[in-house]
Design a protein around this ligand. Structure first.
Ligand code: SF4
Ligand code: FES
Length: 267
């Protein structure tokens, strides 16, 4: 069978290779070249939403600005990740993101790095949690591609576009696993645990918690437990134990095995 062709190109003057379909961002990571991203996660399909990862791609006489997380290179391409044009484009991207979400720390920090000073675009905040949402889509993708629940999605168009549960009602499919909170780059989403239930604050879901069979501490929701149990075929006793107790049990088992071995060799 014919070997798939490797694409040879350069990134910031370094020789780079990519398999067919691999992106510039993938190849840059292998070379430890840092490209800022906001909507990218290696475990999820790229989406190309934030445009912060832009690079300049030179082919023959021409160059274009492309998002590195979705751009696949061709043989002989020359990629510059920190050219004047790249820095200018990233600055505009950050100005636009800051006009939507002025209080988001990660954007403020990147804004400083790229020299954003005065507000050039009118600030368009809504006064609710969406003021921290840059519509990167990571939460929606992790819920559909990772957890496979599709509990949240988008609604509206243009400036009205937002992340929400279906028909802005109760997110029936949500199991309150917290994956969306974990991947959100701006801290727009929150989870709060009471003694008995987990509240997905912005998504509007409340689900009963499960207590560890060993220490009694709540650590996940019953719905997450059921899903893991169905999909992963992990024994119920393991799943019903919190990570701390699981570690302690493994340690104690390992100690017992080692003590047994020592006793056997000293006989
Ligand atoms: S809530 Fe967070 S993860 Fe979801 S789209 Fe907004 S910024 Fe991205
Ligand atoms: S990381 Fe590439 S467009 Fe957001």
């Amino acid at each position: 069978m014919e070997e798939p062709k490797t694409i040879c190109f350069t990134i910031d003057g370094q020789e780079a290779v990519a398999a067919p379909g691999e992106t510039v961002l993938d190849a840059a990571k292998r070379l430890a070249i840092d490209i800022p991203t906001l909507c990218h996660h290696p475990g999820l399909e790229p989406y190309g939403a934030c445009r912060l990862c832009v690079v300049e791609a030179f082919r023959e006489e021409h160059s274009t600005i492309v998002p590195s997380c979705i751009h696949t290179p061709e043989d002989g391409d020359r990629i510059e990740t920190d050219s004047e044009r790249v820095r200018r484009t990233r600055k505009v991207v950050l100005e636009l993101l800051l006009a939507r979400c002025p209080d988001v720390e990660v954007l403020q920090r990147l804004g400083d790095e790229y020299g954003v000073e005065a507000e050039r675009f009118p600030v368009s905040t809504t006064g609710d949690w969406q003021d921290k949402c840059i519509l990167c889509g990571l939460c929606v993708r992790v819920c559909s591609q990772g957890v496979r629940r599709n509990a949240i999605g988008y609604a509206g168009r243009g400036g009205e576009r937002c992340v929400t549960s279906p028909f802005a009602g109760r997110a029936e499919a949500c199991i309150a696993c917290g994956a969306c909170v974990f991947v959100c780059p701006t801290g727009a989403l929150h989870v709060e645990d009471t003694d008995t239930e987990r509240v997905m604050v912005e998504i509007g879901a409340r689900l009963p918690l499960l207590a560890c069979r060993a220490c009694g501490r709540t650590f996940t929701t019953q719905a997450s437990f059921q899903l893991m149990h169905q999909r992963q075929l992990i024994p119920e006793t393991t799943l019903c134990t919190c990570p701390d107790c699981r570690r302690a049990e493994t340690r104690s088992l390992a100690e017992k095995v080692l003590t047994g071995q020592r006793t056997a060799t000293s006989r």
